[in-house]
Design a protein around this ligand. Structure first.
Ligand code: NAD
Ligand code: 89V
Length: 340
């Protein structure tokens, strides 16, 4: 039995707790949150006896193999460093760090212990997105030359996550990071990025629209476009829509979880809707399922001694894209990723 501790019992951690409860061979043995009420509520809901309001005390008492860091980004660095000192495996929520320099230091700190570090970058694990990735990697449409990875919504994300309205940075850092990661999963490493941003909603501090063009090393051009200011009916939150053109056909992941493969003069359509897990709720069920899938993969990686697909080292490349997109938008020019 692998034993874990979870730090941060907030909005999204509840999903992570449900997902851990559904994975055989894992037990969450301790919880930590500096807010005693959230801590007590989560402990009651999931029947966890060991509770801490200070992460230092949690690590001091030890007794677990991995830590799940589910706090918001400002605390990730100190918690990852504590985990490294305690020599435990780590799964940590995105965005991993506040700066690329911090992210590099955090990856090095865990690498020095020989333990596993996975970033909870779950969007590429959504089953509809994964089906599309698998189709592309199987060569179904030949060699890709164009991709569009699109997330456009008017859903009120600020109600559940008020901090999203408060930061100087918003959509690229919070949501674009997932969508850029899907672009990497589909088309590999990126040489250059060009981005524009806009703030449409006057009630928030950061940008809620971003349009990014990526030149991948393999010659693919992809467009990653994100918006939380798009009024559409039906609302598609939280679906990522995909368009991929290849030398032998094209793939479309359309609203309503319809995947179509266009080749040889015909289109074949598949229903790739995610299952509604017993603890999940719509419209988030797509994300909820991906949480269960990524956490299962984390455990499989520990048991098999495999490096996770979204390891800390891998995630540095997604993180660099976020930094480069902000730099491009601020400076009005294309950014070469090699300069970061
Ligand atoms: P939240 O503010 O609701 O919860 C964070 C919790 O962490 C709070 O209860 C807070 O008291 C606690 N906390 C903060 N610092 C702490 C510390 N040093 N020690 C102990 N507890 C501490 O935030 P949230 O909305 O649950 O988001 C958490 C993370 O999850 C963010 O990084 C966010 O980007 C990410 N997130 C990911 C997804 C996804 O699909 N991957 C979706 C939503 C949120
Ligand atoms: O997945 C996330 O990171 C969330 C949301 C879907 C609202 O952007 O913060």
């Amino acid at each position: 039995m692998l034993k874990g501790a979870l730090i941060g019992c907030g909005f999204f951690a509840q999903n992570q707790m449900h997902a851990w409860a559904g994975i055989e061979g894992v037990e969450i043995v301790a919880l930590c949150d500096r807010d005693p009420e959230r801590l007590a509520q989560t402990a009651r809901d999931f029947g966890i006896a060991r509770c801490y309001t200070d992460a230092a005390d949690l690590f001091e008492d030890a007794g677990f193999d991995f830590v799940d860091i589910a706090t918001t980004v400002p605390t990730h660095k100190s918690l990852v460093e504590m985990a490294a000192r305690a020599q435990v495996h780590v799964i940590c929520q995105k965005p991993f760090a506040l700066t690329l320099a911090d992210a590099r230091d955090m990856v090095s700190a865990v690498q020095a212990t020989g333990k596993t570090l996975m970033i909870h970058e779950n969007f590429r694990w959504q089953s509809a997105v994964r089906r599309t990735i698998d189709c592309l990697r199987a060569g179904t449409i030949g060699t890709p030359f164009f991709g569009r990875i699109s997330f456009r919504s008017g859903y009120d994300v600020y109600a559940g996550q008020p901090y999203l309205a408060e930061g100087e940075r918003f959509i690229i850092e919070d949501l674009g990071i997932h969508i850029l990661d899907i672009a990497r999963a589909l088309f590999g490493p990126v040489a250059q990025i060009t981005a524009t941003t806009a703030r449409i909603n006057p009630a928030i501090k950061g940008e809620d629209v971003a349009t990014m063009m990526l030149a991948h090393h393999n010659g693919v051009t992809s467009v990653v476009d994100c918006s939380y200011a798009t009024r559409r009916t039906p609302e598609t939150f939280p679906q990522t829509l995909l368009e991929i053109d290849g030398t032998a056909g094209s793939l479309r992941l359309d609203a309503g979880y319809r995947l179509s493969v266009h080749k040889e003069g015909a289109a074949t359509s598949y229903d790739v809707a995610p299952p509604l897990l017993d603890w999940a709720s719509q419209p988030w069920h797509n994300i909820h399922e991906s949480v269960a899938l990524i956490q299962r993969d984390f455990i499989d990686c520990l048991l098999d001694g495999r490096t996770p697909e979204t390891s800390g080292a891998d995630n540095l490349e997604t993180f660099a894209l976020v930094e480069a997109a902000y730099r491009s938008a601020a400076q009005g020019r294309t950014i070469d990723l090699a300069t970061l």
